[in-house]
Ligand binder design. Structure first.
Ligand code: SAH
Length: 227
C-alpha cells in the first residue's frame, strides 16, 4: 500500500469544511490544519482519519467527526489564554485542537485545557496520544466523572461536553466564569440531541440558545444517563 500523505489529506478536509460552512474562524482553521488526527485514532483506522465521520476508539465510544469538532470550537469563541474544561476526553483529539487555539507555542500568557474522561482506559489512551503529539504540556487529562466538573481549577472561560446530557449538569454551570461559554449536546441517548450554547453574563445570569441537531454518545456519571 502506498504511503498516505496525511498533511495533504488534512488540508483537503479543512478546505471542504470551509466550503460546507463549518469553519470560518481563522484560529480554528489553522488549528485543524495542524493537529494530526491520524495520531488519535486506533492504528487500523489511520487510513480513515480524514473522512468527515466519527470513528470507534473502543469501549463503545467514538472520536467525534471533524465537522463537529470545528463547529463546537467556533461556538466556544476560543481565544488565546482561555482556560477550558472538556468533559469526555475520548481520544484527546478535540482537546489538542483547543490547545492549539488557546495555548499556541511561544505566546506570553497561554491558556490551558483540562479534559476529564470517565473510562480509565480512554483517559490513558488520550494521555498517550497527547504525549506523542507533544500537546501534553498544554492539556491535563484527568480520570473521573466530568459531570461534577473539576472544582480545583474553576472558574473556566469555556466548557464543552462531548457526550449527550439529560440536562446541563449544574456543577458545570457553577464552574463557568462570568462571560464564559458552555456548549453541550442535550437530549435522549441513542437519538438526535440539540447542541445548546449557554452564555454566562458578567452579572452571572445565563442565556441559552439551541444551535442544531447532533448525535453524540450518552453522558454517564452523576448527572448523566443511568444506562
Ligand atoms: N472529545 C473526544 C470524543 C469523546 S466521545 C475526542 O476528541 O475523541 C465522549 C466521551 O465521553 C467518551 O469517551 C465517554 O467515555 C466520555 N464520557 C461519558 N460520560 C462521561 C462523564 N460523566 N465524565 C467524563 N467522561 C465521560
Amino acid at each position: 500500500m502506498s504511503k498516505i500523505d496525511f498533511k495533504a489529506e488534512r488540508e483537503k478536509l479543512v478546505k471542504r469544511l470551509i466550503e460546507e460552512g463549518f469553519l470560518s474562524d481563522e484560529k480554528v482553521i489553522e488549528a485543524m490544519k495542524k493537529v494530526p488526527r491520524e495520531e488519535f485514532v486506533p492504528e487500523n483506522l489511520k487510513s480513515s482519519a480524514y473522512a468527515d465521520s466519527p470513528l470507534p476508539i473502543g469501549y463503545g465510544q467514538t472520536i467525534s467527526a471533524p465537522h463537529m469538532v470545528a463547529m463546537m470550537c467556533e461556538c466556544l469563541e476560543l481565544k488565546v489564554g482561555d482556560k477550558v474544561l472538556e468533559v469526555g476526553a475520548g481520544s484527546g483529539y478535540h482537546a489538542a485542537v483547543i490547545a492549539e487555539i488557546v495555548a499556541p507555542e511561544n505566546v506570553e500568557n497561554p491558556g490551558h485545557v483540562y479534559t476529564i474522561e470517565i473510562v480509565k482506559e480512554l483517559a490513558d489512551f488520550a494521555r498517550k496520544n497527547l504525549e506523542k503529539t507533544s500537546y501534553i504540556k498544554r492539556v491535563t487529562v484527568i480520570h473521573g466523572d466530568g459531570t461534577l466538573g473539576i472544582p480545583e481549577h474553576a472558574p473556566y472561560d469555556k466548557i464543552l461536553l462531548t457526550a449527550a446530557a439529560p440536562k446541563i449538569p449544574p456543577p458545570l454551570i457553577e464552574q463557568l466564569g462570568p462571560g464564559g461559554i458552555l456548549v453541550a449536546p442535550v437530549g435522549e441517548p441513542h437519538f438526535y440531541q440539540v447542541l445548546q450554547k449557554l452564555r454566562k453574563n458578567r452579572d452571572g445570569k445565563t442565556e441559552f440558545s439551541d444551535l442544531c441537531s447532533v448525535a453524540f454518545v450518552p453522558l454517564r456519571g452523576k448527572y448523566g444517563w443511568k444506562i
